[in-house]
Design a protein around this ligand. Structure first.
Ligand SMILES: [Zn+2]
Length: 89
């Protein structure tokens, strides 16, 4: 008697993302200009960030989905590098 998908039932505890994220993770302040690092939802407005998935961005509120193109991926990588630099300081 083989159990079907027994392993699938065991889900690793997902880290609960707290709302109180560091603003520096979402915004980049250079001088008196603030640049948003993450994409925001066009439906919900600039206050709602899109959640990053493997190949798409998804709005957790209205389920708006935006596919990530190759060129955008490169931009994301650059953003990640900037994030790392901010952490070091
Ligand atoms: Zn939305």
């Amino acid at each position: 008697m083989a159990k079907k998908g027994g392993a699938k039932d065991k889900k690793p505890k997902e880290k609960v993302k707290k709302e109180g994220k560091k603003l520096s993770a979402l915004f980049e302040i250079s001088g008196d200009k603030i640049t948003r690092k993450n994409r925001t939802c066009p439906k919900c407005g600039p206050g709602m960030f899109l959640g990053k998935h493997k190949d798409r961005l998804v709005c957790g509120k209205c389920k708006y989905v935006e596919m990530i193109s190759k060129s955008a991926e490169v931009a994301e990588e650059v953003a990640e590098e900037v994030k790392e630099e901010v952490k070091k300081e």
